[in-house]
Design a protein around this ligand. Structure first.
Ligand code: HEM
Length: 550
């Protein structure tokens, strides 16, 4: 693989039965690959033996090289070896914005002053608004060195082992099991429950953050960086069921039950999901009909009913399930939560075909005379509504984080594409109408993200019950804001990419996939309409209690 070639060496491999090309001073043998090249064989013959960097970057994203490098690269040009920079960590000079004649230009600071040194090192591609501002040397009251270390850890994993493959996983409707297992062994699952790191139930540790340092901003970062893979299906596969199904077990489950099943779940060996929604009951949880009747000896509940649109259900061993234990008329006061185990028998799951989030395993479940021991009751009988409500803020915050990052991905992809695609003699970025689209994306992304940071700061500082009461309204409002922003960004990015985001895969592949995922965010976890209404109703209720004057 590490052979060194001259330009002349490569030029001699210029026939269909011996076809080399150069991309960025690396040499690729495409002889066997040309027949399967999605862009065609002839187009490769035309550049056989030549430097095809310009043509390559016109038609592909970085992900393609990452994916095929190992298979196709046979070496590099001798000029690359000679001009390669020494392998030392590049230290970026801090830059200081300086305003001149209405323009803001970065100039190196003479020496970092005290205030400047408090901002963290710049990280990532430094495209304005494509990452949160604290990635780009802006000050932040929320993020510190451990956050920066976690960010680097996850980004490396996602960039190298996830992002290049999510398209295939989406098409296959499944993420490989070993990726989920890694979510456990890397310690990530244990950090995704909206609470302290449960070190007492797992030996797994997150490499860059000690359990006692773990906070909600680390959790934000984890979900945010995973979402850079640009696939709702992937994110929901690895955190969707777990992130909402496991916290009720940990917070309200009986100690014995938690001790028995949590370690295997946190290790990624067993999977858990949340089963609330039914064919006939969505946002109106008080209306659900899946029934659980206590057996005569008082030892079991017998569960019968259906659940629909349950994320991860097909792969799950445990189902945190909302059931009706009271009369139909008792509404929310007759709802309980049971931990149903697939091994009990009577549980059937079937994968549903949906518009988006293909690799998330959206599932239809039937429970037929499932015998559930009373020890598996989560919380108290007929008080399941409280368990469900406590969960909602965490679920919605997760959705918000994902939507904002997906919006950033749409924006980032558009920026990159707008710098290479030319129309009417100019790059897209030189057309004001395109810049207007990008500006409208950026302003919504940044406003939503700032509100998110501020709410996470509030959650971190309020007792859970108070947070549920006071933050339920704003979180609902931000959920609607985030999904509207995501829909807007997916649409505008799609307009910028044109046909490339209408067909699947290729340069517009991320945008096409995310466009399909939009509704999976705007509807579940509280639809936009319910969220907007709740944001005002709930906030006014709190305002009244706190002495609001009208
Ligand atoms: C290392 C060498 C190459 C690899 C591994 C490769 C791989 C691919 C892959 C996987 C696609 C499918 C679309 C995507 O996922 O982006 C594709 C499409 C394409 N490739 Fe390549 N390619 C290579 C070199 C080239 C070169 C040198 C050219 C041009 C001279 C070229 C022209 C195209 C075109 C025109 C398409 C179709 C783009 C579209 O659908 O809009 N490829 N290539």
């Amino acid at each position: 693989m590490s052979k060194t070639f001259t330009q002349a060496d490569v030029a001699s491999h210029n026939k269909p039965n011996d076809l080399y090309i150069i991309v960025d001073e690396d040499v690729y043998d495409l002889t066997a690959f040309q027949d399967e090249h999605p862009g065609g064989k002839k187009i490769l013959t035309r550049v056989a033996g030549k430097d095809a960097s310009k043509q390559f970057w016109k038609y592909h994203n970085e992900g393609i090289l990452k994916k095929y490098k190992g298979k196709l690269q046979v070496g590099s040009l001798n000029t690359k070896a000679a001009s390669a920079p020494p392998k030392v960590e590049e230290k970026k000079e801090p830059v200081k914005p300086k305003a001149e004649s209405g323009a803001v230009v970065p100039v190196p600071a003479a020496a970092p002053d005290r205030e400047m040194s408090e901002a963290l090192e710049p990280f990532g591609d430094l495209i304005p608004f494509a990452d949160p501002s604290w990635y780009q040397g802006y000050h932040s009251p929320y993020f510190s060195e451990t956050h920066a270390a976690l960010r680097a850890e996850i980004r490396e994993w996602v960039t190298n082992e996830i992002e290049p493959f999510v398209g295939e996983w989406d098409e296959a409707r499944k993420v490989p099991d070993e990726i989920y297992k890694q979510m456990g062994t890397r310690g990530y699952l244990a950090g995704l429950m909206g609470m302290h790191y449960p070190a007492e139930y797992t030996n797994n540790r997150i490499k860059s953050v000690a359990p006692e340092k773990w906070d909600l901003f680390h959790e934000l970062l984890l979900t945010d960086e995973l979402s850079r893979a640009a696939s709702g299906g992937f994110v929901w596969n690895v955190i969707g069921g777990f992130g909402i199904g496991c916290p009720p077990l940990v917070k309200f489950g009986k100690k014995e039950l938690v001790k028995r099943i949590l370690p295997e779940i946190l290790n990624g060996d067993k999977r858990i999901c949340l089963a609330i929604t039914e064919p006939d009951a969505g946002s109106d949880v008080a209306n659900l009909g899946c029934e659980a009747v206590l057996s005569e000896d008082g030892k079991h509940y017998i569960v019968n009913g259906e659940k629909k649109w349950i994320t991860n259900g097909v792969w799950c061993d445990y189902f945190t399930t909302a059931v009706r234990t009271g009369t139909k008329e008792s509404g929310m006061n007759g709802v309980s939560v049971l931990l149903i185990e697939r091994s009990f028998g009577g549980v059937s799951t079937r994968k549903m075909d949906c518009q988006g989030v293909w690799s998330s395993g959206t599932t239809y479940i039937t429970f037929e005379d499932v015998k559930v021991p009373v020890e598996n009751l989560i919380g108290k009988e007929n008080q399941g509504f409280k368990v469900i409500m406590t969960n909602f803020n965490h679920e919605r915050i997760g959705i918000i984080i994902q939507c904002i990052r997906f919006s950033r991905v749409c924006y980032e992809e558009s920026i990159k594409y707008a710098h290479k695609r030319r129309t009417f003699g100019k790059k897209l970025i030189e057309h004001p109408v395109i810049r207007l689209k990008l500006a409208h994306m950026a302003r919504q992304i940044e406003a939503s993200y700032s509100w998110l940071e501020s709410l996470i700061h509030q959650i971190s500082n309020m007792p859970e019950q108070l947070a549920m009461l006071r933050l339920g309204g704003p979180i609902a409002g931000l959920k609607a804001q985030a999904t509207v922003t995501f829909e807007f960004c997916a649409r505008e990015a799609s307009q910028i990419f044109g046909g490339l985001s209408y067909s699947r895969g290729g340069q517009g592949g991320k945008v096409e996939r995310l466009y399909r995922d939009v509704r999976a965010y705007a509807i579940p976890g509280g639809s936009e309409e319910i969220m907007l209404d709740l944001s005002i109703r709930q906030s006014l209720r709190v305002g009244k209690v706190l002495g609001m004057k009208l």
